[in-house]
Every structure is written in C-alpha cells, then in structure tokens.
Design a protein around this ligand. Structure first.
Ligand code: FAD
Ligand code: NA7
Length: 556
C-alpha cells in the first residue's frame, strides 16, 4: 500500500492516510513498526516528539543512567541474529549503550524512513462514521489511520513538583529525563531533589565530580548493590548458545528478569542461613534478585519483609560513618516499592562534599534565587538544581494528548477514577486503539512484556485485516473484570500498602489506583493466548465480513 493524500480537511491542509499510526519510537514503537510494516504489509508511520529514536534512552541522559535489568534480558529477543551479533561487554547496559543498540536495530531493519521525529501527536479523535482515527501533530498536520497504536511509555511524562518559588531560581535546573548535552556540574554546588531509582543513580555518579552536593531526601530508600562490571567471554558464549532456552524461561517467568524466582519462604530457614542468602544476594547484586531470588514472600509477607528491611538497615549502619546521616538514610516503612540497586549509594554519604537534608522532617519551604530554603531557615545555596522527581507514570502521556473515542469521550474522562484497560492493550470506547504497556499490564523487566503485547496486538490486527473487520473494541464488562483481577492480585502484595508511582501515589491529586497486573508475565501471556483462542473473548467487532461464528460479537 502507498501513502495517499485522501481529502482536504480544511483549506490548504491535506490529510495523509495510513493504515496505522504509532505514537512513540522506544522499544515498543520500534517493534510495532517492524511487525505492522514488514509482517502485515501495512502502510505505517511512527511519530515521536523526541529528536531521535530510543524513547526512555533518548531522554534519560543523566550521569549514571543505567538499566537495572541485566544486558541479556534488556534487548529485543525477537531479533535472533542481533542477539547473536551484538556484543555484551558489561552485566548491565548504560544509557549510551542502550541508545546505540536501539539505533542500530532501527537501521538494521530500515525503519528510520517510517519514523517521524520531533513531531508530537497533539490529538487523536475517533470518527465513528469511518471507523478511523483523525490524528493531529504539533506542526499542524493532519493524518488519518485505521489503527492507532500508543507506545507512549509508562515512565515518560516527567514530574516536576510545583514547589513555591520554582521560577525564581537563578541557577540551572534540570530534570533527569531532560538532561541537556551541555550540562556541566564540575566543581559546582549541586542540589538533587529525589532519591528514587534515578536519584540514587545520579547522586552516586555526580558526587565525585561536583564541588558540593546537597541531597534533599523525602523518603529514605532500601537499595542494594547493582553488581555491574565487565563480563567474561564464557558468560557471553553461554548466553548466546542458550538463547532459546533463556528466552523461553524469561517469557514464562513472573518477572522476566532472567533469573529463577525463589520458592523458599523467608522464615522456613534458620536466621544464619537467611543472613547468608541475603549476603550472597548483596555480594552478587541486583535489586529484583534481592527481593525475588532470595525468598518467595518478601513482597507478600510482613515478617519476611521485615527480615529484608533489617538486613539493609544493618548494612546502612555498617557503611555510613556518621550515625546521624545513617539514621536519616534508614527507611522505616515496608520494603515494597520497585526494588532499587546502586553503585555505592550509601557510601556516597561518607564523602566530605555530600550533605543529606531530610525534607520529611525539615520540609522545603521555598526555592529562592540562590537555592532552596528549608523549614529550619537554612538557605542551601546552589548553582544547579536537579529534579530526580520521577514521572506521571503509566497514564501520564495519555492525558497530555487530546485522545477522544466514541461519543467524543476523552481518555482523561474515561480514566477519571484511575486508568483501566482490558489486558493492558485496549480500553472500551476507544475502538482500534491498541496500547503497548497500557495500564494494568505486567510488572516486570519490560522488554519481554513489550514484545508479548506487540506480538499479540499485531496478531489481532492481522486477524482483523484477514477478516476485513472495520473495527474492534474492548467490552466494558471485560475491562471491569480485568481491573478487579489486577486489584485482587495487587492487594495480596505489600506494594499496595506503600505509596509509590506504581499506584499513582507520587503525584499530588492523582487517583491512587492499581496500575499493574502483578500476576507475572507467564500467567499474563497464558491469558492473552486463551483470549485469542476464544476468538478474542472480551472484544466486539464491526465489519463487512462479520458473519458466522463472529456474528454474536458484532459491534453496533
Ligand atoms: P518509551 O521508551 O518511554 O518511549 C515512549 C516514547 O513516546 C518517547 O520517546 C516519547 O517521546 C514518545 N511520546 C510520548 N508522547 C508522545 C506524543 N504525544 N507525541 C509523540 N511522541 C510521544 N525498564 C526495565 O525493564 N528495566 C530497567 O532497568 C529500566 N530502567 C529504567 C530507567 C529509567 C531512568 C527510566 C526512565 C525507565 C526505565 N525502565 C526500565 C522503563 C523503560 O521505560 C522501559 O524499559 C522501556 O524503555 C519502555 O519503552 P517504551 O517504548 O514502552 O516507552
Ligand atoms: P520515583 O521512583 O518516583 O522517585 C522520585 C523521587 O522524587 C522520590 O524519592 C520522591 O520522594 C521524590 N520527590 C517527588 N516529589 C518530591 C517533592 N515534591 N519533594 C521532595 N521529593 C520529591 O522516580 P525515579 O525516576 O527515581 O524512578 C522511576 C522509575 O524509572 C524507576 O522505578 C525505574 O524503573 C526508572 P517520595 O519517595 O515520593 O517520598
């Protein structure tokens, strides 16, 4: 199929017609483009507001930016040859390595010509008469497509807290996800707000180069060593040789992190053995490994969780020399946020040029021209202020686009009480819109989940094309039931008892809701397969050839 200029939408404005429009050119958008264009033969255009491909890894260029999924599972498993050819040199991949990998994948499959960069989608409106999406970009162009695939990223819309006086600051301000190429921190007085995964990475990386670093910590964090470093040839050979087996295991596991998840309850072993197991995990590294490879109940049982907490608190006491700083660094709540790992975070606070301000005890009053004033009256003077304050996660980017489905319902209205989906890939009222990592998808190492969703969506689109179906829409009841399933599973975990972005609790005013399916990738894949086998149970279709066994699934 070729691109055609269909109609004049308004004076002097052409509407360009595609079979499918993809928003986003990260892991999700890249693979989706490959599937729809090269396997289904559709006429597809991907858009990204970024100046390059790579999504997360285009934007997050802050010092220390590192994937904490290990290299061999943080890649495209679908490109078998690339998996064999691409050299693995370190246990984890940092931002420049991932960006270069994704650029290489794009060129290798000749995808760049169908990706339009520096172009934000501002609106997408479903036309019920034609069953097509009318899409508008920030440069004023108009497009039409039968399918809209949103690969917008779940950690992509940035969160900058609205702190009094923000605009008064005369120094430089950077959010970690908008890190400028010319940022210079050498010898400067730098303040970092935020001590999540990103904060831990950036703080540890910049402490040795800045003049003075002030860390503004609201919540103390449990973090364990990441254990990064060069890998040997034998390790690499093993991964390449056992590619099929490894990916089969990853795809059927719960977390998709490439390790065997423990089936041993924490309290079933003696205190000595427990300590040994934790110590081994600490020595070898990895946040998810520490939480899920040691024992099977740290995320679900309070006693087990307390054992893990105590182990980390003892480590903080051992590592951090100043007892008052150690006390401030020790979390008191559950160990039940996304597990963190680091390259020497706690030890960073032994450096003479690093200070820790506990802003829970001593809140930020105001950002001034010179820095930050805290409630104790101290003005912390800064040249650079870094916001490591995270993201309006999961639905953040959806609400930033005017997406309107049937009956002119906006996605913001549809998700007023919190985002929802049917199987993470579709939401009722928004026909022919497929989401990659939409709400209530698996909480995992993400590339394998992205691949699973892309493949399933692509098959469904293939099914629609084959059967000449004009449109597919998730049934509201199925969406509701999926939401209940996700809530039930989340409630069995301790994650639900802790405020974090995983439940939308990091943004003031955002509905605290369930954003993930915590049942694991393997079970999720089984459900997707089952739904497909049952002729896409939970979807309604509209189309010319809708007859026979699909007649009862007609969408009117
Ligand atoms: P993204 O990579 O987020 O891409 C979405 C794209 O959509 C962006 O490029 C954005 O510009 C574009 N976009 C959004 N709105 C619009 C619009 N209106 N118009 C046009 N374009 C738009 N995951 C892991 O599994 N393991 C890790 O170790 C890990 N580490 C991470 C570290 C950091 C610092 C961050 C921020 C995330 C990390 N993640 C990690 C999550 C990571 O986001 C995913 O692994 C993966 O990269 C997501 O890919 P994606 O294609 O779904 O989305
Ligand atoms: P996170 O995990 O949401 O962390 C953000 C941090 O910023 C966290 O410590 C917050 O404290 C802190 N924060 C947010 N707003 C404020 C204000 N107003 N004042 C002080 N401190 C604040 O985001 P990350 O980028 O670190 O990580 C997100 C994911 O991306 C991560 O899991 C990886 O997958 C990559 P809080 O804890 O809310 O008290």
């Amino acid at each position: 199929m070729t691109t055609t200029v269909l109609a004049k939408r308004s004076v002097g404005t052409d509407v360009i017609n595609y079979d499918a429009i993809i928003i986003g050119a990260g892991f999700g958008g890249i693979y989706m483009l490959k599937k729809l264009r090269d396997e289904l033969g559709l006429n597809v255009r991907a858009f990204d507001k970024a100046g390059g491909v790579g999504g997360t890894w285009f934007w997050n260029r802050y010092p220390g930016a590192l994937s904490d999924s290990e290299t061999f599972v943080y890649c495209f498993s679908w490109d078998r040859e690339l998996c064999q050819e691409w050299d693995i040199t370190t246990r984890y991949v940092d931002q420049p390595q991932i960006l270069s990998y994704l650029n290489h994948a794009v060129d290798r499959h000749d995808l760049r010509k169908d990706i339009q960069l520096e172009t934000a989608i501002t609106s997408a409106v479903f036309d019920e008469e034609t069953s097509r999406w009318a899409v508008t970009t920030d440069d004023g162009h108009h497009y039409s497509a039968k399918y809209l695939v949103t690969a917008l990223g779940l950690l992509s819309a940035t969160n900058v807290p609205n702190i009094k006086g923000l605009s008064q600051f005369k120094g430089k301000q950077y959010h970690t996800a908008h890190w400028p190429a010319d940022a210079s921190l050498e010898g400067k007085r730098v303040g970092v707000i935020g001590t999540g995964s990103t904060g831990c990475q950036v703080i540890t990386a910049i402490a040795p180069i800045v003049g003075h670093l002030t860390v503004f910590q609201r919540s103390a964090q449990y973090t364990v060593p990441v254990g990064n470093g060069p890998v040997g040839r034998e390790y690499v050979a093993h991964i390449k040789k056992n590619y099929d087996e490894i990916w089969k295991e990853v795809r059927s596991s719960r977390l998709a992190f490439g390790f065997e998840e423990s089936d041993i309850p924490t309290m079933s072993v003696s205190p000595e053995e427990r300590k040994q197991i934790f110590q081994h995990a600490w020595d070898t590294g990895g946040g998810f490994r520490f939480m899920f490879q040691t024992f099977n109940d740290i995320a679900t049982d309070e006693q087990a969780n307390l054992e893990a907490q105590n182990f980390v608190r003892n480590k903080i006491a051992e590592i951090v020399k100043d007892p008052e700083t150690a006390r401030k660094l020790m979390p008191k709540d559950l160990y039940a946020k996304r597990p963190l790992c680091d390259s020497g975070y706690y030890a960073t606070f032994n450096r003479p040029n690093v200070a820790l301000v506990d802003v829970k005890a001593n809140p930020i009053e105001e950002i001034t021209e010179k820095g930050i004033r805290t409630a104790d009256g101290v003005e912390h003077e800064l040249d650079v202020l870094v916001f490591a304050t995270g993201f309006d996660a999961v639905d953040g980017n959806y609400k930033r686009i005017d997406i309107r489905g049937r009956n002119d319902v906006s996605i913001a209205d549809h998700w007023r009480d919190g985002p929802s989906s049917y199987l993470s890939v579709a939401t009722s009222n928004f026909p022919n819109m497929f989401m990659i990592l939409g709400p209530n998808g698996p909480f995992t190492n993400l590339p394998p989940t992205i691949e699973t969703e892309v493949e399933w969506v692509s098959e469904m689109i293939g099914f629609m094309e084959e059967n000449e179906l004009a449109c597919a829409e998730a049934d509201p009841q199925s969406e509701h039931e999926w939401g209940v399933t996700c809530r039930d599973i989340a409630d069995q975990t301790l994650f639900a008892k802790t405020d974090s972005w995983i439940f939308g609790a990091n943004i003031p005013g955002k509905t605290n809701s369930v954003y993930f399916y915590m049942g694991g990738l393997g079970p999720f894949t089984d459900i997707l397969t089952q739904v497909k086998t049952e002729d896409y149970r939970g979807f309604k279709f509209k189309g010319l050839a809708l007859s026979g066994k699909y007649a009862q699934k007609a969408l009117h």
